[in-house]
Design a protein around this ligand. Structure first.
Ligand code: ZN
Ligand code: ZN
Length: 283
């Protein structure tokens, strides 16, 4: 079992993206990732940071038994929720020591890589002076300003996760990525956001989606079917249908199994489908 610390740096600076780190003090391991200055895939800021953190956890090969101490900042709110949802052992923590230093070092390394004078460093935790130096260095040059000035718009908090795994229900949708149809009662990722006061909504095939959704409202069921397996979704019935297995009606609102057998939609009582093991039901 390891103890990991999660910290960020650079949030208060108007130039450059933030840096996030995952640190183990016992082993001295430091994993870091950089939040871009701006991005275009419609991910919310906290959502994007959560993706970076889960990638770092994969890299660090963390274990389910490991303990996590995470900075309480807004930047990690979605990540906090994700850790709880996934059942990790974690708590917020006022960061000090290696994690704090590692985050500051990574931020410094990033600005120096961009050409900022390496001798100007954070001193006595006087962030304001340090960040002011960086902001001046960036804003005095139009090319730099365009490249490194923080995009505050994309960092505004969205009301909810923007990508959610769900189903198309009874409608055909068009995939925003490949432009092909997504049939009714199929898994799909919904992207919702506001732009200039307008609500926008798009759908993707799960495999076409540019990001892995952090939130799922998809209920799937795999059943034995004609010697093979059939995977379908469970959703409330929208209009009365007849169960493919027992022939009896399924009432609107009742939880219903929908799946495609080749191109043919089958549906009905989840319990009827769950029972179609070889030898009983339809073979
Ligand atoms: Zn697609
Ligand atoms: Zn039935």
């Amino acid at each position: 079992m390891k103890t990991w610390y999660v910290e960020d740096a650079g949030g208060g600076c108007q130039a450059f993206g933030e840096v996030v780190v995952l640190v183990c003090e016992e082993t001295g391991e430091v994993y870091s990732a950089r939040v871009p200055v701006t991005w275009t895939n419609k991910l919310g800021w906290e959502e994007l940071v959560c993706h970076l953190m889960t990638d770092l956890m994969d890299k660090a090969k963390v274990s389910r038994d490991d303990q996590f101490f995470v900075c309480s900042g807004n930047i990690f709110h979605t990540y906090h929720k994700w850790l709880s949802d996934q059942g990790y052992n974690w708590q917020t923590h006022k960061m000090d020591g290696l994690a704090h230093d590692a985050a500051e070092n990574e931020f410094h390394r990033m600005v120096v890589e961009a050409g900022f004078p390496a001798n100007i460093k954070l001193a006595d935790r006087d962030y304001r002076s340090f960040y002011t130096e960086i902001e001046k260095w960036v804003s005095c040059n139009p090319g730099r300003k365009q490249k490194y000035w923080k995009d505050r718009e994309v960092r505004k908090k969205p009301a909810q996760p923007r990508y959610v795994l769900k189903s198309t229900m009874g409608r055909v949708r068009n995939c925003h990525q490949c432009n092909q149809k997504i049939p009714p009662f199929s898994p799909a990722v919904e992207l919702k956001y506001r732009k200039d006061g307008r609500k926008l909504r798009y759908f993707f095939h799960p495999e076409c989606c540019p990001v892995k959704p952090l939130k799922s409202q998809l209920d799937q069921l795999e059943v034995a079917w004609k010697g093979g397996k059939l995977t379908g979704i469970l959703v409330p019935c929208q209009e009365q249908v007849h169960c493919t297995v027992c022939g009896r009606p399924v009432e609107p609102g009742e939880k219903t199994f929908y799946a495609y057998e080749e191109d043919h939609l089958v549906c009905g009582h989840p319990s009827c489908f769950a029972k179609t093991r070889s030898g009983s039901g339809i073979c």
